[in-house]
Structure formats: C-alpha cells, structure tokens
Design a protein around this ligand. Structure first.
Ligand SMILES: [Zn+2]
Ligand SMILES: [Zn+2]
Length: 363
C-alpha cells in the first residue's frame, strides 16, 4: 500500500510502498477513506516532538471502512464505518475506570503484538506507527480499542475530523470547561481545534463567543460558525479588546494554539470566578508567568486533553450534532487533496491558510 513516510527530522514526507501485516488477535484492518492533517503531525515533522523514532508513517485523524478483523474482535465487523482515535484505551487502568479513558497510558495496543512483529514494514525494515495509528496510508492496522463505530450515513471525509481536532475542541468546551448557557466565552486561536471549541461553546448555549486570531480569513470563518465578536490580535491589543467586549472578562477562556504568550493572554482575558482552559500543546519546556494577582478572584486554571471524554461516547454524539445541523464541519474542511500532495497540506497549515486539510483516498 501507499503511505507517507517520514525518514528524517526535521523533514518532509515521501510517498513509499509499505507492507501492512494481517490483523493479529484484537486487531482490525481498516481501508482509509480520509485523514485530517493535524498540528501534532506538523510538530513531529518539525522535530518539536523529538521522541518519535523514524522511519515513521504519520497521520492520526482518520475515518474508514473495516476490511478484516483479527481473532477475538467483537466490536466491529467488515463493512463497518469507523473513526480512529489516538487515545487507545485498555479499559482496566485507573484512568479508564474513572472516566478518563482519554489519558489511558497502558500501551496495550503495541504490547499485545509483542516485539519483533511490526505492523508496518518496508523491505524488511520496521516502519514505526505514529500513536499506533498511521493514517497517511491506504490502510490502517490498529487495536480494536482505537476505533469508534459510527453511523453509515455520516460522510467519512467529515467524520475523520472527529478523530482528533474536533473532538479535542468540542470536548474542551462541553466536558472540561462545561460552558454554561448564557455565559461569555473567548477562544484564542481559531484553527481547527479553536473553531471546534467555539462551536462547542455555542452548542452549550454561550451568549457571547469572542474569537481571537491573527488572520482575518480565520476570523471570518469563526463568525460564520458562531462567533459573536472577533479580535484581530495583529491589529488590536487582544487582552484590552476582549476585556472591553466582555465587560471585564470572559467566564470561560480557551487557548487553542499552544504558545506561552497566548496562554498568558487568555488567563488575563478570563474573569474572576471563571475557568481558563488550555487546549493547545505548549512546548514541553515552556513556562508561563503567573503572579499572585492571578490567584485572586477564584479563577480556575486547567488543561484539556483529547476533549476530556470517552471517544466511544463523544464521537457518535458529535456525529448526531453534525447530522442534526448544530455542529458544522463542512466549513472546517478548507481543502481535500490526494496523498501525493500531502506536503502541500503541511505548507498551507504552516502559513495559517487553512482550518483543516483532509487527505482523501480512492474508494
Ligand atoms: Zn491531532
Ligand atoms: Zn486504560
């Protein structure tokens, strides 16, 4: 099968022929239909996440159709439509048993196979799987607990977004922050994840949703998807602008970029009694300056990871939201392109030109 392989970091992807194994016990072979291009993939390309070994097949936000199942798989059968999730859950660790399957740290997906049995190879060489998925390929071989079965009337191209970015943003608003009806909300950074957080806040009934970004075309899209106010931080001082628009600060602040400076700004944009939620992935060594004053007024500071919920509960719910018209995904797919043009998608993302690019595969 064709796959986009990363051989050097920092580097670009190259399309190669890669061999994929047959499903072992508990595994599922999926024909990839669509794969979103996420910032986490970019971080690996750039070398910001330097703990992933090469050669590696990137991609982790995908949807497809089950082709074959291994021994003992009962959750899906060939023909089922599925969304993949990177937080493969074991179902029996502390995190899984306390409703935090998104942070399951049991690497059962890889362990079940044992060493010396790579899922992906090329000429005998092991091709590493990114977060046990590797979506930038015509087929995926994954643990059954990395899959969510979905309605067949859901378009797979849109469903792929629920594998990472949309679930991360929607869940931050719905699960992690629990935005209340009538509240004031600010979202700093309206790429794919920020737009999803904005929509989650709108679905929760927020009265005001302020979008902050540096790009007018993203702010325009934010307006279409429910922002009541927008601030272009390249033109206006964003903290002062948001404090004025919200009459003293937002009840719920979200940062969806992953920069210390914008995180600091979002903290200041959130009022006393409010909840400041960091969704963006900050550089691992980053420090965010806070003062004693930040702890006056009983603000809550928290981070949100993978939407703070359980994929098999959240994804089908968000699909119902999409098919019911509340969650809008069509506008969030800026472009679709074939696997051969995947580097163009990364270039567009680096330039801040797109909400989401989706790689689509021939059926
Ligand atoms: Zn992602
Ligand atoms: Zn677990």
């Amino acid at each position: 099968m064709k796959a986009a392989v990363l051989r050097e970091v920092p580097g670009r992807l190259q399309i190669e022929d890669v061999d994929i194994d047959a499903p072992a016990a508990g595994e599922v072979l999926v024909r990839t239909a669509a794969a979103g291009v996420c910032h986490s993939d970019q971080h690996v390309l750039d070398g910001r996440f330097d703990f992933y070994p090469t050669p590696m097949v990137l991609g982790h936000e995908s949807a497809g159709v089950v082709e074959a199942v291994g021994e003992g798989v009962t959750y899906v059968e060939p023909g089922d439509h599925v969304v993949t999730c990177l937080s493969v859950f074991c179902g029996h660790c502390d995190a899984c048993l306390t409703g935090r399957a998104f942070s399951c740290m049991t690497d059962e997906s890889a362990l079940a196979r044992g060493p010396g049995r790579p899922r992906l190879t090329s000429g005998g060489e092991t091709m590493n799987q990114f977060v046990n998925l590797s979506s930038f390929a015509e087929q995926l071989l994954v643990n059954q607990n990395a899959l969510v079965k979905i309605r067949r009337d859901m378009p797979l191209e849109k469903a792929s977004l629920l594998g990472c970015g949309v679930t991360t943003g929607m869940g931050a608003a719905i699960n992690s922050a629990q935005v209340k009806p009538g509240s004031r909300v600010v979202v700093v950074g309206v790429g794919g994840v920020g737009l999803a957080a904005l929509q989650g806040a709108r679905i929760c009934g927020a009265a005001q949703v302020v979008a902050v970004d540096m790009h007018d075309h993203k702010l325009e899209l934010a307006r279409q998807l429910g922002a009541t106010d927008v601030v272009n931080a390249s033109q206006d001082e964003p903290v002062a602008a948001v404090l004025e628009l919200t009459d003293g600060g937002a009840d719920f602040g979200f940062e969806a970029i992953g920069l210390p400076e914008t995180t600091r700004q979002m903290f200041s944009m959130t009022r006393g009694g409010g909840t400041a939620t960091v969704i963006g992935i900050l550089p691992m060594g980053a420090e965010i300056p806070m003062t004693g004053a930040d702890f006056m007024g009983a603000k809550r500071y928290q981070s949100s990871m993978m939407g703070g919920g359980s994929f098999r509960v959240e994804v089908p719910r968000y699909i119902d939201f999409y098919l019911g018209g509340q969650l809008r995904l069509d506008e969030m797919v800026s472009q679709t392109l074939p696997l051969e043009r995947i580097n163009d998608a990364f270039d567009a993302m680096s330039k801040g030109e797109v909400a989401r690019s989706v790689v689509v595969f021939d059926a």
